[in-house]
Ligand binder design. Structure first.
Ligand code: 8YV
Length: 323
């Protein structure tokens, strides 16, 4: 039997690419360019599986391709709002993701952003590297401490819970959260975290708000101008989820007018573009979507995709099938 033909849309860690090549008839993206819509359509026509990432927009227009050969989109990443899952289902395409393996690294990055923005680390580094540091003084770059503050989490799934544990056990923070459905007590074992009924309740109480819900759909601009106005003026907004969860223009305006103390962002509405209003502000930490970017996690994500593909082509349900 011929081996399944698969296409990997970006460069993946070497060990994963080697395993894919050993198991499947694999097409790699040697120069790691971002595939155009036409290249994605061609991939869907010529391969049994396409392995996309967040940089591939698999919308209804692309998925409407004539006579697709592909039967599975094995996504590299836990978030999959770049894939129109309804359109994929209509075309008979299974969609899988890679949950669990990036929880710790993404939670670490949320804490990195909290610390960087509260302790003005980005500002300090820019000042020092520009040769503008004149030496120690008691009033220099004074920030805010995390200890004793309230962290508000929007979206208390695996990553939200991992952030809460770090914040509470590592930094002595109180935790309140919003989640669409009740969160089971076992998932919160060892944590003192209070589920509140409305997002606004969390925004009103939190000194730091960290977003951990999926992007797309009803979550687009979940944090809009009105919700930004509902935050405390001394509060910080952290986003390691998806850029479109926040109305970036409204965030830039709120920060420019001093209605918020700062923001730490790893994700953006139109990556790799960043709203110019945010780029101009000192009290914003901006990272280029690094949440899962550790050697260990990027490899584990790839191996998880391999496991999904092996199950699918063996005729079993992939362990991480989402649609
Ligand atoms: C991934 C992410 O690197 O997994 C996710 O949801 O945001 C990132 O950590 C990216 O999605 C790869 O597709």
């Amino acid at each position: 039997m011929p081996r399944p033909r698969i296409l990997v849309t970006r460069r993946w860690p070497d060990a994963v690419e080697r395993r894919l090549c050993a198991l499947f008839d694999t097409t790699l993206n040697a120069d790691d360019h971002r595939l155009s819509a036409d290249e994605l359509r061609a991939a869907l026509r010529a391969h049994d599986a396409v392995l996309p990432t967040v940089s591939d927009r698999l919308d209804a227009g692309v998925l409407a391709v004539e006579a697709p050969r592909a039967r599975i989109l094995a996504n590299y990443g836990v978030g999959y709002s770049h894939i129109d899952v309804d359109a994929a289902r209509e075309r008979g395409l299974v969609v899988t993701n890679t949950p669990g393996v990036l929880t710790d690294c993404t939670a670490d990055l949320a804490l990195t952003l909290m610390l960087m923005v509260a302790r003005r680390a980005g500002e300090g580094e820019r000042e020092l590297r520009a040769g503008r540091w004149t030496g120690w003084r008691p009033t220099h770059l004074v920030g805010t401490r995390l200890s004793g503050k309230t962290l508000g989490i929007i979206g208390m799934g695996r990553i939200g819970i991992a952030v809460a544990r770090r914040a509470q056990h590592g930094f002595g923070m109180q935790v309140v959260f919003f989640n669409r459905s009740p969160v089971a007590a076992e998932a919160l074992a060892g944590l003192q975290a209070t589920q509140l009924e409305h997002i606004e309740d969390v925004l009103a109480q939190a000194d730091f708000v960290s977003l951990h819900c999926p992007g797309g759909g009803a979550n687009r601009h979940l944090i809009d101008a009105a919700r930004l106005a509902a935050m405390k003026p001394h509060a910080f907004l952290i986003n390691t989820a998806r850029g479109d969860v926040v109305d970036e223009a409204a965030l830039a305006a709120a920060l420019q007018h001093g209605r918020l103390a700062g923001a730490g962002l790893d994700v953006f509405e139109a990556e790799p573009q960043v709203h110019p209003g945010l780029l101009a502000l000192e009290n914003v930490v901006l990272l280029p979507h690094l949440g899962s970017a550790t050697r260990e996690t990027r490899e584990a994500m790839g191996m998880r995709v391999v496991d999904n593909l092996v199950a699918f082509f063996d005729g079993r349900r992939p362990p991480d099938q989402v649609s």
